[in-house]
Design a protein around this ligand. Structure first.
Ligand SMILES: [Zn+2]
Length: 372
């Protein structure tokens, strides 16, 4: 789901397409060409249906893009630069360089998207009703685009965070309670209730009516639930660690092992100290880090004669930070490098160790002892 490729740049904003969008492109064109258009307008050639299907899908693509540009233009006007716009399976995301810092800005930036979709629906709808006569393939295509933009506007206004409606809801709560974190928690809570409701309705539809549309509802509910939870924990994370340095979180009570220790001895250290990793140090030189994972690479029978130096992750491959690295960035760096631990070094000297578990524990403590 993460592979995207850049297709163009509009007003300085790069536009990317996620590969999942290609699937939707095909599904939409296929459904329109094989089922929607043939039943709306009879008697045309299959190539006409396909041409209409593909062009309509491209117009829908442009509609989603315009929706995202709606958000982006207002964001830029409010002083928030846009990194890029990505179109993926459910629509699009305009990635802002930073989150809105006040509820009014969030309200305006968010409302601009659904309003854009609504505007497109009105223009195409008016065109259909006032100018075109129904029954030919052009008017059916225009009607379809109008309908889909209307659906896009309405669906996005469902108050399930992180959908637009959920963000609008958050900005209103935020305006009244002046607490962004609490407002987010309330909107994620509402979004969670709505997504479970959607999933429940989906299940009932599938099991009691045999209606496969229910599967779509279950999937959508699940996705929204996941997205809501993860954007909330990201926010808590940022709030918890903002302004903190690695030196305030790292453990300085270091238990090290020597590169000449055997794995047998190392196993005892793991059992005794119950740490997940040890820095490997000899004299004043740090050689690297050894984890349980490293140990597992060697069969048990060979532990007695294998030295730690053979399995350790050398310094050049380990993740190293300085004590004054911004703590909020660390978790992202750890995720990007797929590592759970970092060595903290200052001018070549080992000063601490920081693990993902340490950070999670601190975050829990902060949530329990925190003021709200
Ligand atoms: Zn939107």
């Amino acid at each position: 789901m993460n592979s995207s490729f850049r297709i163009m740049q509009i007003k300085g904003i790069p536009v990317e397409i996620n590969v999942s969008w290609l699937l939707i492109f095909f599904l939409f064109s296929f459904t329109l060409a094989q089922s929607y258009f043939p039943s709306a307008v009879e008697g045309l050639s299959s190539s006409s249906y396909w041409a209409a299907g593909i062009i309509t899908t491209l117009v829908l693509f442009a509609s989603v893009l315009t929706h995202e540009f709606g958000h982006s233009m207002v964001a830029i006007k409010e002083g928030i630069p846009i990194k890029k716009i990505t179109l993926f399976i459910f629509g699009g995301v305009a990635q802002m360089e930073s989150e809105p810092t006040n509820p009014a800005t969030e309200f305006k930036v968010t409302a601009a998207g659904p309003l854009t979709s609504l505007f497109i629906a009105l223009v195409f709808g008016a065109f259909y009703y006032l100018i075109l006569s129904p029954g030919n393939i052009y008017s059916e295509a225009i009607f379809f685009v109008a309908q889909l933009n209307l659906i896009m506007a309405v669906f996005n206004l469902v108050p399930a965070f992180p959908l637009d409606g959920g963000r609008i809801f958050r900005s209103i709560v935020w305006y009244f309670n002046k607490n962004m974190l609490k407002a987010t928690r309330i909107s994620v809570g509402l979004g969670s209730v709505l997504s479970y409701l959607a999933m429940a309705i989906g299940f009932l539809q599938v099991f009691f009516q045999g209606n496969l549309f229910g599967l779509w509802l279950i999937f959508l509910g699940w996705m929204i639930n996941q997205a809501g939870q993860s954007s909330y924990s990201q926010l808590v994370f940022k709030e918890t660690f903002s302004g903190m340095k690695v030196s305030e979180l790292m453990s300085t009570n270091l238990q090290t092992v020597s590169p000449d220790d055997t794995l047998e001895e190392l196993a005892e250290c793991f059992l005794h100290y119950k740490f997940g990793a040890f820095p490997v140090v000899y004299g004043s030189t740090t050689h690297g880090l050894v984890t349980l994972q490293n140990m597992k690479e060697i069969p048990r029978e060979q532990w007695a004669e294998t030295k730690v130096s053979r399995v350790l992750t050398p310094l050049k491959d380990a993740m190293i930070l300085t004590p004054d690295t911004d703590a909020a960035e660390v978790m992202m760096k750890m995720a990007a490098q797929n590592t759970g631990r970092v060595l903290v070094m200052n001018n070549g000297e080992l000063v601490g160790l920081l693990s993902r578990t340490d950070m999670m524990r601190f975050m829990q403590m902060h949530m329990v002892l925190g003021s709200d």
